[in-house]
Design a protein around this ligand. Structure first.
Ligand SMILES: NC(=O)c1ccc[n+]([C@@H]2O[C@H](COP(=O)([O-])OP(=O)(O)OC[C@H]3O[C@@H](n4cnc5c(N)ncnc54)[C@H](OP(=O)(O)O)[C@@H]3O)[C@@H](O)[C@H]2O)c1
Length: 263
């Protein structure tokens, strides 16, 4: 896929952080933006502002952590006459803490949002993309997905899934004109850390702005990259972690992220 022009683009997690930054980098009168998140009022304000600027944008408030949410969302979008050419699976959240101390409800919510409904939306959007033959999927994973991360155990595992899923889809669908790219941000200054309840002291030096991460992801998709780590320092860290013995890299992450009083 060489351009976003004349495409219908569905963005999950469009109401804040990286997803919101992507929305403002996709403004073009030939593009149709379908904005998905839970915050209905925020999406409505965004869409109204964009419409006034001559950009077609429609809000689709939806809780993608609910079972069957992707199917219901896809039905609404289809009934409104939209066909998704570019799917940006960006919505996601993490929870920080020892595995047994994070509630099972939060853990299952993470699996449904970060994995289940991401896979479902991809499955539902692919038939039209195959028909069109000029389409793209951008899945937002994380550098946390390159290894096990203590105290972000389930979150990191969901992102490992997204990386492996995206990589294999890239091979299956690029011969059919569909680019599948996985964006792996490192620590980014969004609402993510607060919702995760995680410490950020050790990460500050690696922090990037959501605008920078969004631009890197959209560029990587147009270039047809398979996996893109945003930020040079993050790319080096991600690469080195693959070369580092498991025990050593776990010790390093434990040092960076481990709570001071693990009791
Ligand atoms: N920030 C980082 O350090 C970092 C690093 C690596 C990867 N990432 C990944 O980047 C992606 C975007 O996160 P962000 O950093 O931009 O965080 P963010 O500012 O918290 O944005 C998350 C977005 O997802 C939406 N969302 C959350 N739960 C949802 C649900 N149940 N249903 C539908 N939408 C939901 C949120 O909107 P509502 O609250 O309105 O629903 C929001 O628009 C995530 O997949 C995250 O894992 C972030």
């Amino acid at each position: 896929m060489k351009t976003f022009k004349h495409k219908t683009i569905l963005i999950t997690g469009a109401s804040s952080g990286i997803g919101e930054a992507m929305v403002y980098q996709l403004l073009d009168p030939t593009v149709k933006l379908l904005l998905v998140a839970r915050s209905e009022a925020k999406l409505q304000t965004m869409a109204a502002t964009l419409n006034r600027q001559g950009v077609q944008a429609q809000p689709y408030p939806c809780d993608l952590a609910q079972p069957g949410a992707a199917e219901r969302l896809f039905q609404r979008i289809t009934e409104d006459g939209h066909r998704v050419d570019v799917l940006i699976n960006n919505a996601g959240f993490g929870k920080y803490g020892r595995f047994d101390q994070i509630s099972l409800a939060d853990t299952l919510e993470m699996l449904r949002l970060n994995i289940e409904n991401l896979v479902a939306l991809t499955h539902l959007c692919l038939p039209h993309m195959l028909e069109r033959g000029d389409a793209g999927i951008l899945n937002v994973a994380s550098t946390a997905g390159f290894q096990g991360i203590p105290y972000l155990t389930v979150y990191a595992a969901t992102k490992s899934f997204v990386i492996a899923f995206s990589e294999a889809l890239h091979a299956e669908y690029s011969p059919h004109g569909i680019t599948v790219t996985c964006l792996c941000p490192g620590p980014t200054t969004t609402a993510f850390q607060e919702r995760a309840g995680m410490p950020v002291e050790g990460l500050r030096r690696l922090m990037e702005s959501p605008e920078k991460v969004a631009a890197a992801g959209l560029r990587a998709l147009l270039r047809g990259e398979i996996v893109h780590v945003s930020g040079a320092a993050n790319a080096v860290v991600a690469h080195l972690s693959q070369l580092t013995p498991r025990r050593m890299r776990l010790a390093i992450t434990q040092q960076l992220l481990g709570p001071r009083d693990d009791a």
